[in-house]
Design a protein. Sequence first.
Length: 149
Amino acid sequence: MGEILILLIIVGVTYVTGTIIEKRHYKDIIKREIALIKKPIINAGAKTWNSKKKIKKIELVTGEVVISGDYFKNFAATLKSFFGGRLTSFESVLDRGRREAILRMRENAKDANFIINARIESVMINDYYTNNSVPQCAIIAYGTAITYE
């Protein structure tokens, strides 16, 4: 009985801590997205935008992040995968990771007027089905930053 109580306490503390950290990260993401609202990302070919302005600099910009869920999300996903269906507990982790990578890319394009042809790639670093750790995902966002004179 005592072991079950300890397990429930650990799961509860993990859930509360993970929720607090995730909410803080979302608040930070939203604040940074608002600050960068005037630096657009255009996913179109170079022939679709035309400007008479002279280009000062063209450079590749990237933003990388490695993100993982917590043990509570891992526990919930394990239960969910037993019965089948969407693993919604990890969807917020992937959303935060994608948005964070895009923000880092935009922040790395310091003086650029905009970014064209942005792409996002992701890869699993480890899988919770093969070992006893929490799954981790590496996400990279990259694009071409254009700066006018």
